[in-house]
Design a protein around this ligand. Structure first.
Ligand code: NI
Length: 539
């Protein structure tokens, strides 16, 4: 593809300025067909220690149809066979559902492609499951399976709780924990009170009648209850159950102590709490329980150590699942941008002299961002790259030295990306997941040669042009929800604008997330261009 001569001249002009402004150059749309070659399904299983003592992780990944079909699940393995069998069975149901939906979706995609000759990004089936341990002591273990399903262009995340007696392997339900149904009355009273207060404070779009109906003391109304390691009971109400749909799933957190007198005495004993005391909360703390667990079980009770199991698939790739070693922000359940308002703040052309100060600011406000870095800069500031990564920010490839990739040969494009990627991988251990082409200049050849998702932007404050913090901030503070915001951490004025930008967007209830988090649970696909959360990936 070629640019119009005007756009090309502008691009060259910018690059002659030396400092790398990311001025967009819109490529002419290409009519190229996507590659039709059948992909090879990949199935990987890994077994590894978890961050919980005497709990292991079995992780399964299946990728097929050029990543349109993707399954990524993990489930806990313990010293107790009965627990393992149950967790395997519920996970297998999830996997079976995935395979069935993925097959249907792929068939629909092939038919659509045949009829229209077009690609469409909505024909994806992405199923994910990971687990959290909310309570673990020598007697009981509480698992939450966190599941996200993305298919047909929409996504959903939900949590299923499981409780086991570690001694016998028996599964317990929430009603099993209580002496009788009177716990429903208690939950009804307490949640009603909490929700009524929110209505009074205008924090909840609902009314008292709605709340009264939704919290009536029935098992059906309270079928989503989680007892947490921090000594609380989390009650989740379905969308529309107690409030307007705009509120989504409504949660109420109650102190477990307020329910303790209704727990069966043996459950109280197992949990290590007393009927009339809140002072024992720490004993059911998940972390505190872990040391007790090791006293109960031998240190390595399983006959197998770390192993990798391969099944009958044509080609196998071993992926390294390191759940406990991931930077905090990669935990996909932290902020769910399908449910809450998010933007992705991105910084190009660094790291620079100003980046460390910027990182201080981001840390101070708990803000995650994405840095599109240049190889030449990484080479002289490798420690900054490590800090960016360890702080939980995301790192993308912005080429080695900021050329206009559309004017390069395929081999040169690949070299620009590979040099940068190799260097970053040396420092942080993982490659960059996506590309932002300098000047926003890409065409079909750049898409194909890079073989990476391309991250564009939807808000451009022109901070390379106007070196004034107030002006830069004023062009960002009204960013729409789901925006990808372009900025440059090579300008002092831009870095100075960041505190005001954070304050203004947070005041609007907007969360700052990395690019991957903005799209989660969608996986960014190679040769697709992403400009904001709402746009469908273009082909
Ligand atoms: Ni740039």
């Amino acid at each position: 593809m070629r640019f119009t001569s005007a756009a090309l001249t502008f691009g060259v002009l910018i690059s002659l300025l030396g400092l790398a402004g990311c001025q967009p150059i819109q490529p002419l749309s290409g009519g190229g067909e996507g590659p039709a070659a059948a992909s090879t399904p990949i199935h990987t299983e890994t077994f590894d220690a978890s961050k919980y003592e005497n709990v292991w992780v079995l992780a399964i990944e299946e990728i097929d149809n050029e990543e349109r079909s993707l399954l990524r699940v993990s489930y806990p393995v313990t010293e107790q066979d009965a627990i393992n069998a149950r967790m395997e069975a519920v996970t297998q149901e999830f996997i079976d559902e995935y395979r069935s939906i993925a097959a249907e979706t792929e068939a629909a995609y092939q038919e659509y492609k045949k009829e229209t000759g077009k690609e469409a990004a909505t024909f994806v089936t992405h199923y994910r499951q990971h687990f959290d341990v909310s309570i673990a002591n020598e007697n009981l273990i509480f698992f939450d399976l966190v599941r996200s399903i993305y298919t047909g262009g929409t996504g959903n995340i939900y949590v299923v709780g499981y409780i086991f007696d570690r001694g016998t392997g028996a599964e317990l339900t929430i009603p099993d924990l209580f002496v009788d149904d009177s716990y429903l009355n208690r939950l009804s009273d307490l949640t009603r009170e909490a929700l009524a207060e929110r209505i009074t404070k205008e924090e909840l779009a609902s009314d008292l009648q709605w709340v009264e109906d939704g919290t009536a003391p029935t098992a059906e109304n309270f079928d989503n209850i989680f007892i947490r390691g921090n000594g609380t009971v989390l009650v989740m109400f379905d969308k529309y159950q107690v409030a307007a749909g705009v509120e989504g799933v409504v949660e109420v957190e109650l102190p477990l102590a307020a329910m303790a007198d209704l727990l069966k005495p043996e459950i109280r004993d197992l949990l290590g709490i007393e009927a009339d005391s809140t002072s024992q909360r720490s004993r059911i703390d998940a972390t505190a329980g872990l040391s007790a667990a090791s006293a109960h079980s031998p240190a390595v009770p399983l006959a197998f150590s770390k192993t990798t199991v391969f099944r009958d698939f044509p080609e196998l790739t071993l992926l390294n699942f390191t759940f406990s070693a991931q930077p905090k922000s990669l935990a996909q359940d932290e902020i769910n941008c399908l449910e809450v308002a998010c933007v992705a703040l991105t910084f190009d052309d660094g790291p620079s002299f100003y980046t460390e100060g910027l990182l201080d600011t981001l840390d101070e406000h708990g803000v995650k961002a994405t840095f599109f870095v240049l190889g030449t800069q990484v080479r002289i500031q490798s420690e900054t790259i490590l800090r960016i990564f360890q702080a939980g920010h995301q790192i993308g490839n912005h080429t080695w030295d900021h050329p206009n990739l559309t004017q390069m040969g395929d081999d040169q494009i690949r070299e620009q990306l590979k040099l940068t990627d190799d260097l970053i991988t040396q420092i942080i251990g993982v490659p960059t997941p996506f590309l932002r082409p300098p000047y926003g200049a890409y065409n079909d050849r750049v898409l194909a040669a890079s073989a990476l998702p391309i991250i564009f932007w939807s808000v451009d404050p022109l901070d390379w042009k106007d070196r004034d913090a107030e002006v830069v901030a004023s062009r960002i503070i009204d960013a729409p929800i789901g925006a990808i915001i372009l900025a440059h951490d090579i300008h002092k004025s831009t870095v100075a604008a960041v505190p005001a930008i954070i304050a203004a967007l947070k005041a609007r209830g907007i969360h700052f997330v990395t690019v991957s988090e903005l799209y989660a649970p969608r996986t960014l696909l190679p040769e697709n261009v992403y400009k904001s959360q709402s746009d469908a990936p273009s082909q």
